[in-house]
Design a binder for this molecule. Structure first.
Ligand code: G3H
Ligand code: 13P
Ligand code: ZN
Length: 311
């Protein structure tokens, strides 16, 4: 099966009340762990690369790794640009074989966000590449951007029809209380998502795919392993899985997960090295990390996404 864009995936996910996992990729073991999980459970998947990932690995390596995964497995795979910072990066990804891009103009004034997203849509659609844009602003940390809580804001449902109509985008990322990174809520704070906003948005945009960024659950077992084996991540808190499952049954068709993969990989590499202190073969500890990625992605498919058997 060749690389696909997100159109069919989202249509089926919307109708079927499940979501597609969009997992960040930075190296070979991560690509392998994710796709092995999806192949094992017959789930479609979005592999996404951020600007930081393309800088770290070199975009050529990432696209080659994803092409290898497409060849080896028999499931729908989309290659997506995560948080495209400008038109040039989106164009570069379209030109180099990505099948989907996000243009992140969420920090721009409304009209400029529209103008930029439309420019990307006009280019990407010529090549059958789907486009995601964001309205509202998530708190938290991405590679070069740290959005403080004061500068974050929920998506305003009153703007969504106008935004989608004037940009021509294929999916919309919204802010309803999720945030990037491993520290999403303060200790003692009750995790909450604004399902009322999601509901209102989906009423205004019937059959339109919604995207949730910052949707890691920061699974306590992995944080405990990190803390046990020399790490220090006190107070890491994520989005409860049952809330994400609920969102996946609603209009949310794409759930972005990076931090949970980072935590799983880091935890099992730390554990491996602590238990086998004389192992200096990267295939030993990176193999443990890859298995951790496969395990966490299988867990997500079963408990959060509901995409098992939907390939
Ligand atoms: O939302 C951002 C993703 O977690 C990617 O993070 O920019 O550090 O690659 P990154
Ligand atoms: P997390 O940090 O919650 O994994 O979010 C990842 C993300 O939104 C990637 O775009
Ligand atoms: Zn994100």
């Amino acid at each position: 099966m060749p690389l696909v864009n997100t159109t069919e995936m989202f249509k089926k996910a919307y109708e079927g009340g499940y979501a597609i996992g969009a997992f960040n990729v930075n190296n070979m073991e991560i690509v392998q762990g994710i796709t092995q999980a999806c192949q094992a459970l017959s789930s479609p998947v979005i592999l996404q690369a951020s600007a930081g990932a393309r800088k770290y690995a070199n975009g050529e390596y990432l696209t080659a790794l994803v092409r290898a995964a497409v060849k080896i497995n028999d499931i729908p795979i989309a290659l997506h640009l995560d948080h495209g910072p400008n038109f040039e990066t989106c164009k570069d990804c379209v030109d180099s074989g990505f099948t989907s891009v996000m243009i992140d103009g969420s920090s721009l004034p409304y009209e400029e966000n529209i103008e930029l997203a439309k420019k990307v849509v006009d280019y990407a659609h010529k090549y059958n590449v789907t486009v995601e844009a964001e309205l509202g602003r998530l708190a938290g940390i991405e590679d070069d951007v740290n959005v403080s809580e004061e500068n974050s804001s929920f998506t305003d449902p009153a703007q969504v029809e106008d935004f989608v109509k004037n940009t021509g985008i294929d999916s919309l990322a919204i802010a309803i209380g999720t945030s990037h990174g491993a520290y999403k809520f303060k200790p003692g704070q009750k995790p909450q998502l604004r399902f009322d906003i999601l509901e209102e948005i989906s009423k205004r945009l019937p059959n339109f795919p919604i995207v949730l960024h910052g949707a890691s659950s920061v699974i306590p077992e992995y944080v405990e392993i990190i803390n046990k084996y020399g790490g220090s991540m006190p107070d890491a808190i994520g989005i409860p899985e049952e809330m994400l499952r609920q969102a996946a049954k609603m209009a949310v068709c794409k759930i972005n997960v990076d931090s949970d993969l980072r935590l799983a990989l880091t935890a099992l590499v730390r554990k491996h090295l602590a238990e086998k202190p004389s192992d200096f073969d990267p295939r030993g500890y990176l193999g443990a990390g890859r298995q951790a990625i496969q395990d966490i992605v299988e867990h997500k498919i079963k408990t959060v996404l509901g995409s098992e058997g939907k390939a």
